[in-house]
Design a binder for this molecule. Structure first.
Ligand SMILES: NC(=O)c1ccc[n+]([C@@H]2O[C@H](COP(=O)([O-])OP(=O)(O)OC[C@H]3O[C@@H](n4cnc5c(N)ncnc54)[C@H](O)[C@@H]3O)[C@@H](O)[C@H]2O)c1
Ligand SMILES: N[C@H](CO)Cc1c[nH]c[nH+]1
Ligand SMILES: [Zn+2]
Length: 420
């Protein structure tokens, strides 16, 4: 990995640039895909499956029989692992439920919020180069806890673990559709794919651009969750073999992934680079990881405050703090999707099974977006109840404000009650 020593703060922006393609170029590619699916429905989906995935789709929907059969195609070890991950993710997300709290803002004036699961949701499960069945758990579990009525799943993969995980989460509508065409199908609906109100899930740059484009047309999305990335902040207390393994774990996602090592120790950076070379050779996806490492850098900084300034500016999807005072340092992080503390918390734990959600904002969006949680699957409806006494307490305030805004009918809605 390229080493940058003590960069000047004016150079941070250039150093921290992601290797994403120009968004306008991706949008130019994706827009006609969305338009064709909108106009031609299933026929367009079949054509794109052939063009991009070299797949002839007889039936777009996964037959119930294949879904039922999936369990028998997985090893006992994998089933046990998926079931354990399910339990942990369920626990963490169920604890996010909040009982509505009724607040009496004035005597006789009570307000509260109730949570309602979004009625129809669509989840995208990446499957271009790897069947990410863990993402089914990350999206299916909060959808189930939230009480979403209809959950539609699209993925280009027919891997049995995806089907098994979907069944575990109670998802019954599974479509073998990938890429931007899957996002279009769920956004507009087709002859066979139901239209949904909100689309969730990570994916490559085409998937992410498609989500952002349909969002402009009024379809809600969770967030832009594109190519995976990790930043590691490490000092001499870190283990270079662990750091290298963590960097590679995200680099192997795809050629457009990016990893970053920030350290105050040149010794640690050099040792990590040696480990990277060694570990890379043994990886089946070495080609992806090597390409991603070309987009990546190790940055040697003077001290912790420079490191934190840089990391907050970068706003990594995942941030690993392999430093002695990790928890204390984490208090100073205000931009990151998910933080991993200490030498024994690999990022893979969050990807699969510790309980947190792995659908996280990439490309700097962690400056303003949170990762997926139970909240992402619910709407909060406010409710209020005012008694006869209550409107007498509050009425004059409303009338004064309505008159000052020249909205006499608003004021009247209160007056008629005060006179009754
Ligand atoms: N941010 C997160 O939370 C998160 C989580 C998991 C995965 N990811 C990311 O998801 C991505 C998965 O990517 P993937 O490609 O393996 O799978 P994918 O399912 O996202 O995309 C595959 C689809 O892309 C479409 N496609 C491929 N080439 C195309 C082209 N030239 N033009 C138009 N469409 C094309 C195809 O239809 C194909 O089905 C990776 O970048 C990974 O880093 C992110
Ligand atoms: N690291 C990905 C999120 O950026 C999630 C994932 C799924 N499987 C493995 N990793
Ligand atoms: Zn990962």
């Amino acid at each position: 990995m390229k080493i940058i020593k003590f960069p000047d703060s004016s150079a941070y922006k250039a150093i921290l640039t992601r290797p994403v393609q120009d968004i306008s170029v991706i949008e130019q590619r994706v827009t006609p895909i969305l338009q064709k699916v909108k106009a031609e429905g299933d026929a367009a989906i079949r054509a794109f499956a052939l063009q991009f995935d070299k797949t002839v789709l007889d039936s777009l929907e996964m037959p119930e029989e294949s879904v039922k059969k999936a369990e028998s195609q997985l090893s006992d070890e994998l089933l046990k692992a998926i079931n354990q991950a399910y339990i942990n993710i369920y626990r963490f997300h169920e604890a996010q439920k909040q009982a509505p709290e009724k607040i009496e803002t004035m005597e006789g004036v009570t307000c509260w919020r109730k949570s309602v699961g979004i009625d129809k949701v669509g989840v995208y499960i990446p499957g271009g180069t790897a069947p990410l069945f863990s993402t089914v758990l990350m999206l299916g579990i909060p959808a189930k806890i939230a009480g979403c009525n209809e959950v539609v799943l699209c993925t280009p993969s027919d891997h049995p673990a995806i089907l098994y995980a979907a069944r575990l989460c109670g998802i019954t509508r599974i479509f073998r559709i990938g890429g931007a065409q899957a996002i279009a199908a769920m956004a507009y609906g087709t002859e066979t794919v139901p239209q949904v109100y909100k689309i969730f899930g990570p994916g490559n740059q085409y998937v992410t651009a498609a989500k952002m484009l349909v969002n402009k047309e009024g379809i809600a999305i969770d967030m832009p969750a594109g190519p995976s990335e990790v930043a590691v902040y490490a000092d001499d207390s870190a283990n270079p073999a662990f750091v290298a393994a963590d960097l590679l774990s995200q680099a192997e996602h795809g050629i457009d992934s990016q990893v970053l090592l920030v350290s105050t120790s040149e010794k640690l950076i050099e040792a990590t680079n040696q480990e990277l070379e060694k570990q890379l050779k043994a990886l089946p996806r070495a080609e992806f990881a090597a390409k991603a490492l070309e987009n990546s850098q190790a940055i040697l900084v003077e001290n912790e405050s420079v490191a934190l300034e840089m990391l907050n500016q970068y706003a990594a999807e995942h941030l690993i703090l392999s430093v002695e005072n990790a928890e204390e340092v984490s208090e100073k992080i205000y931009n990151a999707g998910s933080i991993f503390l200490g030498n024994y918390t690999p990022e893979s734990a969050g990807d699969y099974a510790s309980g947190t959600n792995h659908t996280l904002p990439t490309n700097g969006y962690a400056r303003a977006y949170s990762g997926v949680s139970l909240d992402t699957f619910v709407k909060k409806i406010t409710v209020q109840h005012i008694t006869r006494e209550g409107i007498h307490h509050l009425g004059q305030t409303i009338i004064e404000m309505a008159q000052a805004e020249s909205l006499e009918a608003h004021a009247n809605a209160v007056r008629v009650r005060l006179q009754s």
